[in-house]
Design a protein around this ligand. Structure first.
Ligand SMILES: Cc1cc2nc3c(=O)[nH]c(=O)nc-3n(C[C@H](O)[C@H](O)[C@H](O)COP(=O)(O)OP(=O)(O)OC[C@H]3O[C@@H](n4cnc5c(N)ncnc54)[C@H](O)[C@@H]3O)c2cc1C
Length: 586
């Protein structure tokens, strides 16, 4: 009997490149060469970005007013509409610009470079508000709504979250009851709907068959009787963007406004969020570019101890780190965007990776930009404090960093578990016979290890030769990850779901590998286009990212075995039970 694991077909559009890391495999064709935007779209993008620059440049004072007054004036929204910015991803036949996912992320980046709230108003409309209609709408629904959504005559919002259902979105309580005439009646409350106060079109998720029932998605117009909008929320950041509750009081919905298949609403919600992540990610890249510009200008001009502060190592460290992270973030968003644009079916883990990495990179960049500006950075007159406030939300909405890390780890572990179980079946169910099974799995691990070390091993080949040392690091950690995954699954089996500390470390290793390969791929393509000599900075970026990732991955994998997780959990339980900190020095 052949008990060697066969390699999963890596040309399959169904396969997820990041999930395959868990099995020690790299889908090279998913990373190399680095994706590029086609010429026609690049041309269109240049025109769109140029017109955005003309509209948004030199409006810092105006954006500050949007922040203090917590409002984007109607005239300002009108100017965004006139540029076609509400129709960027809508097909031309419906009056839109028909940008790809990658192109759209670039547009949101440009908006965010000037103001995060502008990016969010546009993003909540396109990335989530009407994305369901594009992905799942019938021709009739598209004809009816898309032209007005493209022109901005209708602005869209996405209504999933409820008071009792945040991260646990599947627990929503808003109900939808089918009437004998085929219409539906929706009742419930949705909270924190971005664009709520200015939207006319809502994608709403409701439970269709009682408490344990299925979720269905609906298109709900603000004008439908029984829809009402709550007060505008008073938020910490992104204050120009309007957020509110949306209430549904026995709202009658025509049968024709069911979005997608009845009962498939949860899948639809997740598909929308996954597909929309590159928009949010593009916005974060724009914020980072702004932070880097502000920080480098400030550092060059501010003098202390008789020198420009940009000459001090600890300031250089911050600017270099922001730059490495921004390059990595931008590369990752472009890669994930290309997966979506090329019709890859399973990109949810990669989209989650991009969201976690990019949102945290922006948070760090905003924080460091403020630190470089010192006390000046803390003052309201300057943009730093707003940049920090505006950046914070990204790690919370559209999936918190915690939930997405768990998702990354669990999705990969689940596939790896199933694959290992398959191997197990073929050799007599190893999981039921750990002693017999151990030998088989050891052989499997040894085989994989030999792939990593022997001359004929399947090394990732697409990288430029000057980046061989870098790519070898990720190759080695992919193998190490697969070994750790196997050990974890054997040790914890289904209980792994309760070991969140471990899953976080696995997710962080996967994030580093994925982002690292995106960086190496991009730098390789840049070298091909220019030359090694002309790409010194880019090669440095790849080197810095790889070495930093190596240290993090090493620590994360080591801490799967040696850690103080139990003590941490005990301590947290104690503090929560007590209701706060216990100690004092007096
Ligand atoms: C400004 C703003 C705009 C928003 N816009 C929209 C919108 O347009 N449409 C919409 O539907 N929603 C929107 N939301 C809601 C947003 O998506 C939710 O806030 C988010 O999903 C988190 O839910 P929650 O706030 O209820 O936090 P909770 O789910 O209560 O989580 C609280 C904390 O616990 C952690 N946590 C929860 N469960 C677990 C777990 N199983 N394991 C480990 N940690 C866990 C979380 O990571 C978080 O740190 C918006 C929110 C804000 C603040």
């Amino acid at each position: 009997m052949n008990n060697q694991p066969s390699k999963i077909s890596t040309t399959d559009l169904e396969a997820s490149p990041a999930k395959l890391f868990f099995l020690g495999q790299v889908m090279e064709e998913c990373f190399f060469p680095f994706p590029s935007i086609n010429k026609d779209e690049a041309e269109t993008l240049r025109i769109v970005i140029d017109s955005m620059d003309k509209l948004l440049r030199d409006k810092d004072e105006e954006f500050k007013l949007h922040d203090t007054k917590a409002e984007q004036p109607v005239e300002f929204l009108q100017s965004l509409k006139e540029l076609g910015l509400f129709g960027t991803i809508i097909p031309e036949e419906f009056g839109g610009i028909n940008l790809s996912n990658t192109g759209y992320a670039r547009v949101i980046q440009q908006a965010s470079y000037y103001d995060a709230s502008v990016a969010l108003t546009l993003g909540a409309h396109s990335s989530i508000g009407m994305k369901g209609l594009l992905l799942f709408g019938s021709e009739q629904q598209k004809k009816r709504y898309l032209p007005q959504l493209a022109s901005g005559d209708l602005i869209a919002g996405f209504c999933l979250t409820e008071p009792g259902a945040g991260s646990d979105a599947a627990s929503i309580k808003t109900t939808a009851t089918k009437q004998s005439d085929g219409t539906w009646v929706i009742s419930g409350e949705k909270i924190w709907t971005t664009n709520g106060p200015i939207a006319d079109f809502f994608t709403v998720f409701a439970r269709t068959e009682g408490e344990q029932g299925k979720i269905t998605a609906f298109i709900v117009e603000k004008e439908f009787a029984g829809v009402s909008i709550g007060n505008k929320e008073n938020k910490m950041g992104i204050r120009g963007s309007a957020t509110s509750s949306v209430y549904f009081d026995n709202v009658i919905i025509p049968e024709s406004n069911v979005l997608g298949e009845e009962g498939k609403g949860f899948k639809i919600a997740m598909a929308i969020l996954n597909n929309g992540r590159t928009g949010l990610g593009g916005g974060c890249v724009g914020g980072m570019k702004r932070a880097i510009r502000l920080a480098s200008e400030y550092a060059a001009n501010r003098k202390q101890f008789g020198r420009s502060i940009s000459e001090f190592g600890l300031v250089k460290e911050k600017i270099a780190q922001m730059t490495v992270n921004c390059f990595a973030a931008e590369s990752t968003i472009a890669m994930v965007g290309s997966y979506i644009d090329s019709g890859r079916k399973d990109y949810s883990v990669e989209a989650a990776i991009s969201k976690v990495f990019v949102t945290e990179a922006l948070w760090s960049a905003a924080n460091e930009a403020l630190q470089i500006a010192g006390g000046t950075g803390y003052m309201k007159e300057l943009p730093y404090e707003q940049l920090v406030r505006d950046s914070r939300i990204n790690m919370i909405f559209e999936g918190t960093s915690e939930i997405l890390r768990l998702y990354i780890a669990l999705s990969g572990l689940k596939d790896a578990g199933e694959y290992l179980k398959e191997i197990g079946k073929s050799v007599g169910n190893i999981f039921n016979d750990p002693i017999k099974g151990f030998g088989v799995l050891s052989g499997y691990a040894v085989k994989r290890l030999s792939r990593a070390t022997s001359l004929g091993h399947e090394r990732t080949k697409g990288a430029h030769s000057v980046l061989q040392a870098e790519v070898a690091v990720f190759d080695a950690y992919i193998i190490a990850l697969a070994g750790s995954v196997e050990t974890l699954l054997r040790a914890h089996q289904k209980d792994i779901i309760e070991r969140q500390f471990l899953m976080k470390r696995i997710a962080d290793v996967v994030i580093d590998i994925f982002v690292g390969l995106c960086v190496i791929s991009r730098v390789s393509s840049m070298i091909e286009q220019k030359s090694v000599e002309l790409c010194k900075n880019e090669i440095d970026i790849a080197h810095i990212f790889t070495q930093q990732a190596k240290r993090r991955m090493n620590q994360n994998l080591r801490r799967l075995e040696r850690h103080e997780d139990k003590q941490m959990e005990d301590l947290s339980d104690y503090i929560v039970k007590r209701g706060g900190y216990e100690w004092d020095t007096i």
